[in-house]
Design a protein around this ligand. Structure first.
Ligand code: GDP
Ligand code: MG
Ligand code: K
Length: 299
């Protein structure tokens, strides 16, 4: 039941690739829902993480990194991020406190300045990596760029000060409905999460050899009478050579990807899973509108 005075709202997380947006989301939600890897821009869709307590519900949008577009997919990402910024109650601008304020952050700040009537938090992440005193000059540099509603240092990785951040965010929310049931962590269909898990393993295991041009589509998902969940997924690559890399020697790499993804899926869905993976070559899919649509990157 919803308490009297219950508050709710939508909050966007923006920031350069690799500053820790997905890590923060996972720390808050306590579940592996946002894709993580050590490569930039692995989060392409808006992922809603839902944080619910007795007093508040915060619906987070893990926006694709705002950056200069270089393809139709890039364009789509930028538009999705920009529209998200105008629809939310607050924006968390996440930065890596160990890195100099550079062109990437400046570009985002320019976008944030265009947003009206939405409080922007400067969230300095990765404080576990530096001495507290080293933080002050970093804060000064950002302050000179724009006015922030709040400045909050955190470690998304170990959770330090994340509760304080949630409390600060809650102060900016108004009374509102519970948008999602309290036990719901994401409004994305399980299929999307499973596809993202496969993509994550691929990026992690192939290192630099396979670019971000891979897409994963879940073709089928069904539950057998004994409770076993059958999932069939297709991995799209741009070139034959990439297909070879992904399959690996005697199928070893693909097998490993399947195993790791399956274990995460079993944890997430709480059931036994049988996962089948195929690899298909589909040249230049980034610039094909219809395929983007099929894969869920366009409305
Ligand atoms: P995103 O691209 O902004 O979503 O960044 P990720 O969440 O994928 O994080 C990028 C990398 O930074 C990963 O290797 C994370 O483990 C690491 N990372 C994220 N937050 C922290 C933090 O608070 N401290 C440290 N030391 N590493 C972090
Ligand atoms: Mg991410
Ligand atoms: K990343």
């Amino acid at each position: 039941m919803q308490k009297k005075g219950f508050k709710s709202g939508f909050v966007a997380i923006v920031g350069r690739p690799n500053v820790g947006k997905s890590t923060l989301m996972n720390q808050v939600i306590g579940q592996k829902i946002a894709i993580m890897s050590d490569k930039p821009q692995t989060t392409r869709n808006k992922i809603h993480g839902v944080y619910t307590t007795d007093d508040v519900q915060i619906v987070f949008l893990d926006t694709p990194g705002i950056h200069k577009p270089n393809s139709k997919l890039g364009n789509y990402m930028v538009k999705a991020a920009e529209s998200a910024l105008n629809e939310v109650e607050a924006i968390l601008f996440l930065t890596d406190v160990t890195e100099e304020l550079g062109g990437g952050d400046r570009y985002i700040i320019e976008q944030l300045k265009k947003v009206k009537d939405t409080p922007v938090f400067l969230v300095l992440n990765k404080i576990d990596k530096i001495h507290p005193e080293a933080m002050l000059p970093v804060i000064d540099k950002f302050r000179k760029q724009m006015d922030f509603a709040e400045i909050v240092p955190v470690s998304a990785l170990n959770g330090n000060n994340v509760n304080a951040l949630l409390e600060q965010v809650s102060r900016y929310l108004k009374e509102g409905p519970m948008y999602y049931p309290a036990d719901q962590l994401t409004d994305h269909p399980e299929q999307f999460v499973c596809a993202e898990l496969i993509r994550e393993k691929l990026l992690q295991l192939t290192r630099e050899e396979v670019p971000h041009s891979i897409a994963v589509e879940i073709e089928s998902m069904s539950v057998a009478p004994n409770g076993l969940v059958n999932i069939g997924a297709v991995i799209f690559v741009e070139r034959d050579s990439q297909k070879g890399i992904i399959i690996g020697k005697s199928g070893a790499l693909l097998k490993e990807v399947g195993k790791l993804a399956r274990l995460d899926m079993e944890r997430l869905l709480g059931s036994k899973i049988f996962l089948e993976l195929w690899v298909k070559v589909n040249k230049d899919w980034r610039n094909r509108d219809s395929l983007l649509k099929t894969l869920g990157y366009r409305e």
